[in-house]
Design a protein around this ligand. Sequence first.
Ligand SMILES: [Zn+2]
Length: 80
Amino acid sequence: MDKVPVSTKVARCPTCRKPTVPEYRPFCSKRCADIDLSRWLGGGYVIAGSSLDVTDDSSLTDDGTLAPGSRPPADRDEDS
Ligand SMILES: [Zn+2]
């Protein structure tokens, strides 16, 4: 999807590398502009909506999957 010829003069969004939109230059959307802004303000730590590798959830493994023993709530209705 992001196999764009290098010869294009399309500027890339510094946040997600998508082609920029004139309305939100140099970003592709207001969301990316906000992300970049918060990155500067927060020192690169507080980025809303960003998929960082860091997680504080101890129930998750390094792969982001549920660890054994910590199953999600079952959809069974055993109470009824
Ligand atoms: Zn973007």
